[in-house]
Design a protein around this ligand. Structure first.
Ligand code: NAD
Length: 423
Protein backbone atom coordinates (compact mmCIF):
# COMPACT_ATOMS: atom_id res chain seq x y z
CA UNK A 1 0.00 0.00 0.00
CA UNK A 2 1.48 3.37 -0.98
CA UNK A 3 1.19 6.36 1.30
CA UNK A 4 -0.69 9.52 0.52
CA UNK A 5 2.41 11.71 0.41
CA UNK A 6 0.38 14.86 -0.15
CA UNK A 7 -0.83 14.56 3.45
CA UNK A 8 2.68 15.18 4.80
CA UNK A 9 3.46 18.57 6.27
CA UNK A 10 6.60 19.76 8.00
CA UNK A 11 6.72 20.42 11.70
CA UNK A 12 9.21 22.95 13.04
CA UNK A 13 9.57 20.96 16.25
CA UNK A 14 11.97 18.03 15.78
CA UNK A 15 10.15 15.84 18.30
CA UNK A 16 6.87 16.35 16.47
CA UNK A 17 8.73 15.68 13.20
CA UNK A 18 10.06 12.38 14.62
CA UNK A 19 6.60 11.35 15.85
CA UNK A 20 5.07 12.34 12.51
CA UNK A 21 7.56 10.13 10.66
CA UNK A 22 6.56 7.22 12.92
CA UNK A 23 2.84 7.94 12.40
CA UNK A 24 3.29 7.74 8.61
CA UNK A 25 5.02 4.39 8.85
CA UNK A 26 2.58 3.03 11.44
CA UNK A 27 -0.19 3.51 8.85
CA UNK A 28 1.93 1.96 6.12
CA UNK A 29 2.79 -1.25 8.00
CA UNK A 30 -0.57 -1.47 9.80
CA UNK A 31 0.87 -1.15 13.30
CA UNK A 32 -1.83 -1.74 15.88
CA UNK A 33 -2.92 1.21 17.96
CA UNK A 34 -1.44 0.15 21.29
CA UNK A 35 1.95 -0.74 19.78
CA UNK A 36 1.96 2.58 17.92
CA UNK A 37 1.17 4.43 21.15
CA UNK A 38 3.92 2.54 22.97
CA UNK A 39 6.59 3.34 20.35
CA UNK A 40 5.48 6.96 20.12
CA UNK A 41 6.86 7.87 23.58
CA UNK A 42 10.24 7.39 25.27
CA UNK A 43 10.49 4.66 27.89
CA UNK A 44 12.42 6.80 30.36
CA UNK A 45 13.48 10.43 30.74
CA UNK A 46 16.00 11.59 33.33
CA UNK A 47 16.51 15.32 33.85
CA UNK A 48 19.45 16.27 36.02
CA UNK A 49 20.87 19.39 37.55
CA UNK A 50 24.66 19.45 37.21
CA UNK A 51 26.61 21.70 39.61
CA UNK A 52 30.05 22.53 38.23
CA UNK A 53 32.96 24.31 39.91
CA UNK A 54 34.13 26.96 37.41
CA UNK A 55 37.66 28.36 37.11
CA UNK A 56 36.48 31.59 38.78
CA UNK A 57 35.75 29.62 41.98
CA UNK A 58 31.98 29.98 41.60
CA UNK A 59 29.59 27.04 41.14
CA UNK A 60 27.38 27.08 38.04
CA UNK A 61 24.33 24.85 37.61
CA UNK A 62 23.76 23.23 34.20
CA UNK A 63 20.75 21.25 33.06
CA UNK A 64 21.21 17.83 31.43
CA UNK A 65 19.05 15.02 30.05
CA UNK A 66 19.28 11.33 29.26
CA UNK A 67 16.38 9.85 27.31
CA UNK A 68 15.95 6.12 26.68
CA UNK A 69 13.41 5.54 23.95
CA UNK A 70 13.09 1.76 23.63
CA UNK A 71 15.04 -1.25 24.92
CA UNK A 72 13.09 -4.18 23.46
CA UNK A 73 16.02 -5.26 21.28
CA UNK A 74 18.78 -4.69 23.85
CA UNK A 75 20.50 -2.01 25.94
CA UNK A 76 20.00 1.52 24.68
CA UNK A 77 22.66 3.39 22.72
CA UNK A 78 23.14 7.00 21.72
CA UNK A 79 25.42 10.01 21.90
CA UNK A 80 25.70 12.88 24.33
CA UNK A 81 25.46 16.40 22.93
CA UNK A 82 26.99 19.46 24.64
CA UNK A 83 25.36 22.49 23.01
CA UNK A 84 23.64 25.73 24.08
CA UNK A 85 20.54 24.88 21.98
CA UNK A 86 19.94 21.42 23.50
CA UNK A 87 16.27 20.90 24.44
CA UNK A 88 14.44 17.95 25.92
CA UNK A 89 12.37 17.67 22.73
CA UNK A 90 15.51 17.48 20.59
CA UNK A 91 17.00 14.77 22.82
CA UNK A 92 13.73 12.80 22.67
CA UNK A 93 13.72 12.97 18.83
CA UNK A 94 17.35 11.92 18.58
CA UNK A 95 16.70 9.00 21.00
CA UNK A 96 13.79 7.77 18.87
CA UNK A 97 15.87 8.01 15.68
CA UNK A 98 18.57 5.94 17.39
CA UNK A 99 16.04 3.15 18.04
CA UNK A 100 15.20 2.97 14.32
CA UNK A 101 18.84 3.29 13.24
CA UNK A 102 20.03 0.40 15.44
CA UNK A 103 17.13 -1.77 14.26
CA UNK A 104 17.76 -0.97 10.59
CA UNK A 105 21.41 -2.09 10.70
CA UNK A 106 20.26 -4.95 12.93
CA UNK A 107 22.45 -4.41 15.98
CA UNK A 108 21.07 -5.52 19.36
CA UNK A 109 20.50 -2.05 20.81
CA UNK A 110 17.60 0.25 21.48
CA UNK A 111 17.82 4.04 21.16
CA UNK A 112 18.88 6.70 23.65
CA UNK A 113 20.37 10.18 23.61
CA UNK A 114 21.78 12.64 26.12
CA UNK A 115 22.49 16.33 26.23
CA UNK A 116 23.69 19.13 28.46
CA UNK A 117 22.72 22.76 27.85
CA UNK A 118 26.15 24.42 27.80
CA UNK A 119 28.58 26.09 25.42
CA UNK A 120 31.83 24.09 25.43
CA UNK A 121 33.48 26.69 23.18
CA UNK A 122 33.49 29.14 26.10
CA UNK A 123 34.60 26.63 28.74
CA UNK A 124 38.12 25.62 29.82
CA UNK A 125 39.25 21.99 29.68
CA UNK A 126 39.05 21.82 33.48
CA UNK A 127 35.45 23.12 33.47
CA UNK A 128 34.52 20.65 30.72
CA UNK A 129 36.05 17.79 32.68
CA UNK A 130 34.18 18.84 35.85
CA UNK A 131 30.92 19.06 33.88
CA UNK A 132 31.43 15.68 32.19
CA UNK A 133 32.32 13.88 35.42
CA UNK A 134 29.40 15.31 37.40
CA UNK A 135 26.91 14.69 34.56
CA UNK A 136 28.18 11.08 34.29
CA UNK A 137 27.76 10.63 38.01
CA UNK A 138 24.18 12.01 37.86
CA UNK A 139 23.12 9.67 35.02
CA UNK A 140 25.12 6.67 36.30
CA UNK A 141 21.93 5.30 37.86
CA UNK A 142 20.61 4.46 34.39
CA UNK A 143 23.74 3.88 32.24
CA UNK A 144 26.06 0.86 32.13
CA UNK A 145 27.38 -1.66 29.57
CA UNK A 146 24.30 -3.83 29.98
CA UNK A 147 21.81 -0.93 30.28
CA UNK A 148 22.61 2.17 28.24
CA UNK A 149 25.86 3.02 26.45
CA UNK A 150 26.60 6.69 25.58
CA UNK A 151 28.84 7.88 22.71
CA UNK A 152 30.06 11.19 21.22
CA UNK A 153 27.76 13.63 19.44
CA UNK A 154 28.01 17.33 18.63
CA UNK A 155 30.86 18.94 20.65
CA UNK A 156 31.70 15.79 22.62
CA UNK A 157 35.05 14.18 21.87
CA UNK A 158 37.02 10.98 22.53
CA UNK A 159 38.60 12.76 25.53
CA UNK A 160 35.14 13.39 26.98
CA UNK A 161 34.30 9.70 26.44
CA UNK A 162 37.50 8.84 28.36
CA UNK A 163 36.31 10.97 31.34
CA UNK A 164 32.90 9.26 31.25
CA UNK A 165 34.56 5.83 31.27
CA UNK A 166 36.89 6.83 34.11
CA UNK A 167 34.14 8.37 36.28
CA UNK A 168 31.87 5.34 35.91
CA UNK A 169 34.82 2.98 36.55
CA UNK A 170 35.84 4.90 39.71
CA UNK A 171 32.33 4.45 41.10
CA UNK A 172 32.48 0.70 40.39
CA UNK A 173 36.03 0.22 41.61
CA UNK A 174 37.27 -1.44 38.40
CA UNK A 175 37.63 -0.51 34.70
CA UNK A 176 34.40 -0.68 32.70
CA UNK A 177 35.38 0.23 29.10
CA UNK A 178 32.05 -1.05 27.72
CA UNK A 179 30.07 1.75 29.40
CA UNK A 180 30.79 4.18 26.56
CA UNK A 181 31.97 4.06 22.91
CA UNK A 182 33.98 6.48 20.81
CA UNK A 183 36.82 6.26 23.36
CA UNK A 184 40.48 6.71 22.41
CA UNK A 185 41.97 3.41 21.15
CA UNK A 186 44.46 3.40 24.06
CA UNK A 187 41.66 2.75 26.58
CA UNK A 188 39.47 0.31 24.65
CA UNK A 189 38.27 2.32 21.65
CA UNK A 190 37.93 0.63 18.27
CA UNK A 191 40.13 1.04 15.23
CA UNK A 192 38.12 2.56 12.37
CA UNK A 193 35.60 4.38 14.63
CA UNK A 194 36.84 7.85 13.60
CA UNK A 195 35.95 7.35 9.91
CA UNK A 196 33.09 4.86 10.43
CA UNK A 197 30.20 7.26 9.74
CA UNK A 198 31.78 8.46 6.50
CA UNK A 199 32.81 4.95 5.44
CA UNK A 200 29.29 3.63 6.02
CA UNK A 201 27.95 6.54 3.96
CA UNK A 202 30.37 5.69 1.12
CA UNK A 203 29.24 2.05 1.10
CA UNK A 204 25.55 2.94 0.76
CA UNK A 205 26.23 5.59 -1.90
CA UNK A 206 28.18 2.96 -3.88
CA UNK A 207 25.17 0.63 -3.64
CA UNK A 208 22.77 3.37 -4.72
CA UNK A 209 24.98 4.28 -7.70
CA UNK A 210 25.10 0.67 -8.86
CA UNK A 211 21.34 0.22 -8.31
CA UNK A 212 20.60 3.30 -10.42
CA UNK A 213 23.06 2.21 -13.12
CA UNK A 214 25.35 5.23 -12.58
CA UNK A 215 29.13 5.21 -13.02
CA UNK A 216 31.16 5.84 -9.87
CA UNK A 217 34.38 6.93 -11.58
CA UNK A 218 34.18 10.70 -11.97
CA UNK A 219 30.65 11.06 -10.47
CA UNK A 220 30.39 14.56 -9.00
CA UNK A 221 29.83 14.99 -5.23
CA UNK A 222 28.98 18.13 -3.20
CA UNK A 223 29.41 18.04 0.59
CA UNK A 224 27.89 20.49 3.11
CA UNK A 225 29.84 20.32 6.40
CA UNK A 226 33.52 19.47 6.72
CA UNK A 227 33.73 17.87 10.18
CA UNK A 228 33.98 14.24 11.22
CA UNK A 229 31.21 13.05 8.88
CA UNK A 230 31.67 15.42 5.90
CA UNK A 231 35.45 15.67 5.73
CA UNK A 232 36.05 11.93 5.87
CA UNK A 233 33.18 11.34 3.42
CA UNK A 234 34.89 13.69 0.96
CA UNK A 235 38.26 12.01 1.56
CA UNK A 236 37.02 8.41 1.22
CA UNK A 237 34.79 9.19 -1.77
CA UNK A 238 37.61 10.93 -3.63
CA UNK A 239 39.90 7.95 -2.93
CA UNK A 240 37.15 5.71 -4.36
CA UNK A 241 37.10 7.65 -7.67
CA UNK A 242 34.28 10.17 -7.14
CA UNK A 243 35.06 13.76 -8.06
CA UNK A 244 34.42 16.14 -5.14
CA UNK A 245 33.18 19.36 -6.77
CA UNK A 246 32.07 21.46 -3.75
CA UNK A 247 32.65 21.49 0.02
CA UNK A 248 31.62 23.93 2.74
CA UNK A 249 31.95 24.42 6.49
CA UNK A 250 30.22 26.91 8.80
CA UNK A 251 32.16 29.82 7.22
CA UNK A 252 31.39 28.97 3.57
CA UNK A 253 33.30 26.91 1.03
CA UNK A 254 34.89 26.23 -2.28
CA UNK A 255 33.68 24.71 -5.57
CA UNK A 256 35.19 23.58 -8.86
CA UNK A 257 33.17 21.68 -11.51
CA UNK A 258 36.40 19.94 -12.61
CA UNK A 259 37.02 18.54 -9.12
CA UNK A 260 38.79 19.66 -5.94
CA UNK A 261 42.01 18.43 -4.35
CA UNK A 262 40.50 17.01 -1.12
CA UNK A 263 43.85 16.26 0.54
CA UNK A 264 44.86 19.86 -0.16
CA UNK A 265 41.60 21.17 1.39
CA UNK A 266 42.10 19.01 4.48
CA UNK A 267 45.61 20.44 4.90
CA UNK A 268 44.27 23.98 4.36
CA UNK A 269 41.53 23.41 6.98
CA UNK A 270 44.06 21.98 9.47
CA UNK A 271 46.21 25.09 8.99
CA UNK A 272 43.55 27.84 8.88
CA UNK A 273 40.54 26.30 10.64
CA UNK A 274 38.32 26.51 7.53
CA UNK A 275 37.99 25.29 3.95
CA UNK A 276 37.38 28.93 2.92
CA UNK A 277 40.32 30.48 1.09
CA UNK A 278 41.51 27.26 -0.56
CA UNK A 279 42.79 28.38 -3.94
CA UNK A 280 41.78 25.40 -6.10
CA UNK A 281 38.22 26.64 -6.79
CA UNK A 282 35.64 29.44 -6.53
CA UNK A 283 33.94 30.63 -3.38
CA UNK A 284 30.51 29.11 -2.63
CA UNK A 285 28.08 29.63 0.25
CA UNK A 286 26.14 27.11 2.33
CA UNK A 287 22.88 27.71 0.51
CA UNK A 288 24.29 27.31 -3.01
CA UNK A 289 26.25 24.16 -2.20
CA UNK A 290 22.95 22.31 -1.82
CA UNK A 291 21.88 23.34 -5.32
CA UNK A 292 25.28 22.82 -6.97
CA UNK A 293 25.37 20.75 -10.16
CA UNK A 294 26.38 17.28 -8.96
CA UNK A 295 25.36 13.62 -8.96
CA UNK A 296 25.53 13.05 -5.19
CA UNK A 297 24.74 15.61 -2.48
CA UNK A 298 25.99 14.85 1.04
CA UNK A 299 24.45 17.11 3.72
CA UNK A 300 26.82 16.53 6.66
CA UNK A 301 26.23 19.48 8.98
CA UNK A 302 22.86 20.63 10.20
CA UNK A 303 19.22 19.64 10.61
CA UNK A 304 16.43 21.00 8.37
CA UNK A 305 18.58 22.43 5.52
CA UNK A 306 16.61 20.85 2.64
CA UNK A 307 13.21 22.53 2.61
CA UNK A 308 10.23 22.81 0.30
CA UNK A 309 11.80 26.05 -1.02
CA UNK A 310 15.11 24.61 -2.22
CA UNK A 311 14.03 20.99 -2.90
CA UNK A 312 12.78 21.86 -6.45
CA UNK A 313 16.26 23.23 -7.29
CA UNK A 314 18.38 20.33 -6.02
CA UNK A 315 20.22 18.84 -8.98
CA UNK A 316 21.75 15.71 -7.43
CA UNK A 317 20.43 12.26 -8.35
CA UNK A 318 21.24 10.92 -4.86
CA UNK A 319 21.06 12.74 -1.50
CA UNK A 320 23.03 10.88 1.20
CA UNK A 321 22.11 12.17 4.67
CA UNK A 322 25.35 12.00 6.66
CA UNK A 323 23.78 14.54 9.06
CA UNK A 324 20.77 13.70 11.23
CA UNK A 325 17.48 15.22 10.05
CA UNK A 326 18.72 17.46 7.18
CA UNK A 327 15.54 17.02 5.08
CA UNK A 328 12.14 18.40 6.10
CA UNK A 329 9.18 16.02 5.54
CA UNK A 330 7.56 18.20 2.87
CA UNK A 331 10.90 18.48 1.02
CA UNK A 332 11.07 14.68 1.08
CA UNK A 333 7.84 14.53 -0.91
CA UNK A 334 9.22 16.91 -3.56
CA UNK A 335 12.50 14.99 -3.90
CA UNK A 336 10.62 11.69 -4.24
CA UNK A 337 8.32 13.09 -6.91
CA UNK A 338 11.36 14.40 -8.79
CA UNK A 339 12.92 10.92 -8.78
CA UNK A 340 15.83 11.85 -6.51
CA UNK A 341 16.91 8.96 -4.27
CA UNK A 342 17.32 10.12 -0.65
CA UNK A 343 19.43 7.79 1.48
CA UNK A 344 17.89 8.62 4.88
CA UNK A 345 19.98 9.45 7.94
CA UNK A 346 19.09 6.24 9.76
CA UNK A 347 20.75 4.40 6.85
CA UNK A 348 23.38 6.82 5.51
CA UNK A 349 25.02 7.68 8.84
CA UNK A 350 24.49 4.32 10.61
CA UNK A 351 28.15 3.38 10.08
CA UNK A 352 29.03 5.31 13.27
CA UNK A 353 26.76 3.34 15.59
CA UNK A 354 27.65 0.09 13.80
CA UNK A 355 31.34 0.48 14.67
CA UNK A 356 30.32 1.68 18.16
CA UNK A 357 28.58 -1.69 18.49
CA UNK A 358 31.81 -3.42 17.35
CA UNK A 359 33.68 -1.38 19.99
CA UNK A 360 31.29 -2.53 22.73
CA UNK A 361 31.61 -6.17 21.61
CA UNK A 362 35.42 -5.91 21.61
CA UNK A 363 35.38 -4.31 25.09
CA UNK A 364 33.13 -7.04 26.53
CA UNK A 365 35.28 -9.78 24.97
CA UNK A 366 38.56 -8.00 25.77
CA UNK A 367 39.60 -9.05 22.29
CA UNK A 368 40.43 -6.36 19.71
CA UNK A 369 40.08 -6.72 15.94
CA UNK A 370 42.20 -5.49 13.03
CA UNK A 371 40.95 -2.45 11.12
CA UNK A 372 40.37 -4.30 7.83
CA UNK A 373 38.18 -6.84 9.67
CA UNK A 374 36.14 -3.96 11.15
CA UNK A 375 35.71 -2.29 7.74
CA UNK A 376 34.69 -5.59 6.14
CA UNK A 377 32.04 -6.24 8.84
CA UNK A 378 30.81 -2.65 8.45
CA UNK A 379 30.48 -3.08 4.70
CA UNK A 380 28.37 -6.23 5.09
CA UNK A 381 26.02 -4.44 7.52
CA UNK A 382 25.61 -1.35 5.36
CA UNK A 383 25.08 -3.26 2.09
CA UNK A 384 22.47 -5.51 3.70
CA UNK A 385 20.63 -2.52 5.22
CA UNK A 386 20.65 -0.74 1.85
CA UNK A 387 19.23 -3.78 0.04
CA UNK A 388 16.50 -4.34 2.66
CA UNK A 389 15.53 -0.67 2.49
CA UNK A 390 15.54 -0.61 -1.31
CA UNK A 391 13.47 -3.81 -1.60
CA UNK A 392 10.90 -2.45 0.85
CA UNK A 393 10.71 0.89 -0.96
CA UNK A 394 10.24 -0.82 -4.34
CA UNK A 395 7.64 -3.27 -3.02
CA UNK A 396 5.43 -0.48 -1.66
CA UNK A 397 6.30 2.28 -4.17
CA UNK A 398 7.53 4.52 -1.37
CA UNK A 399 10.65 6.57 -0.81
CA UNK A 400 13.77 5.17 0.82
CA UNK A 401 13.06 6.92 4.15
CA UNK A 402 9.70 5.19 4.54
CA UNK A 403 11.31 1.98 3.32
CA UNK A 404 13.98 2.21 6.02
CA UNK A 405 11.53 3.24 8.74
CA UNK A 406 9.10 0.45 7.94
CA UNK A 407 11.87 -2.20 8.12
CA UNK A 408 13.16 -0.75 11.40
CA UNK A 409 9.82 -0.10 13.12
CA UNK A 410 8.57 -3.59 12.23
CA UNK A 411 11.69 -5.10 13.85
CA UNK A 412 11.22 -3.13 17.07
CA UNK A 413 7.49 -3.94 17.15
CA UNK A 414 8.19 -7.64 16.65
CA UNK A 415 10.71 -7.71 19.54
CA UNK A 416 8.32 -5.77 21.79
CA UNK A 417 5.44 -8.12 20.98
CA UNK A 418 7.53 -11.26 21.52
CA UNK A 419 8.69 -10.08 24.93
CA UNK A 420 5.11 -9.36 25.96
CA UNK A 421 3.86 -7.03 28.64
CA UNK A 422 5.22 -7.16 32.20
CA UNK A 423 3.64 -8.04 34.61
P1 NAD B 1 31.47 18.06 13.53
O1 NAD B 1 31.28 19.01 14.66
O2 NAD B 1 32.71 17.22 13.45
O3 NAD B 1 31.36 18.84 12.11
C1 NAD B 1 30.29 19.66 11.76
C2 NAD B 1 30.70 20.44 10.50
O4 NAD B 1 29.59 21.21 10.06
C3 NAD B 1 31.85 21.41 10.72
O5 NAD B 1 32.70 21.37 9.59
C4 NAD B 1 31.15 22.76 10.76
O6 NAD B 1 31.99 23.82 10.32
C5 NAD B 1 30.05 22.52 9.79
N1 NAD B 1 28.94 23.46 9.91
C6 NAD B 1 28.41 24.01 11.02
N2 NAD B 1 27.46 24.88 10.68
C7 NAD B 1 27.37 24.83 9.32
C8 NAD B 1 26.58 25.50 8.36
N3 NAD B 1 25.68 26.42 8.71
N4 NAD B 1 26.76 25.18 7.07
C9 NAD B 1 27.69 24.28 6.69
N5 NAD B 1 28.48 23.66 7.54
C10 NAD B 1 28.32 23.93 8.83
O7 NAD B 1 30.17 17.16 13.54
P2 NAD B 1 29.95 15.72 12.88
O8 NAD B 1 30.25 14.67 13.88
O9 NAD B 1 30.61 15.68 11.54
O10 NAD B 1 28.37 15.76 12.74
C11 NAD B 1 27.73 16.35 11.61
C12 NAD B 1 26.36 15.73 11.45
O11 NAD B 1 26.54 14.31 11.30
C13 NAD B 1 25.43 15.90 12.67
O12 NAD B 1 24.11 15.99 12.18
C14 NAD B 1 25.61 14.59 13.42
O13 NAD B 1 24.49 14.30 14.26
C15 NAD B 1 25.74 13.64 12.25
N6 NAD B 1 26.33 12.35 12.62
C16 NAD B 1 27.63 12.25 13.01
C17 NAD B 1 28.14 11.02 13.36
C18 NAD B 1 29.56 10.86 13.76
O14 NAD B 1 29.98 9.70 14.03
N7 NAD B 1 30.35 11.91 13.81
C19 NAD B 1 27.33 9.87 13.33
C20 NAD B 1 26.00 10.00 12.92
C21 NAD B 1 25.51 11.25 12.56
Amino acid sequence: MALDLSAVSSSENVWQMAQQQLDDVARLIGLNESMHGFLREPKRILEVSVPVRMDSGTTKIFKGFRVQHNMSRGPTKGGIRFHPDVTLDEVKALAMWMTWKCALVNIPFGGAKGGVICDPRTMSMQELENLTRRFTSEISIIIGPEKDIPAPDVYTTPQIMAWIMDTYSMQKGYSVPGVVTGKPVAIGGSLGRDKATARGCLYVVDEAMQTLGLTIEGARVAVQGFGNAGMYAAELMSQRGYSIVAVTDSKGGVANPKGLDVAGIMAHKAETGSVVGFTGGDRINNKDVLEYDCDVLVPAALEKVITKENAPRIRAKIVAEAANGPTMPDADVILFERGIMVLPDILANAGGVSVSYFEWVQDLQENFWEEDEINERLKRKMVRAFKETYDQAKRHSIDMRRGAYSVAVARVAEATKLRGLYP
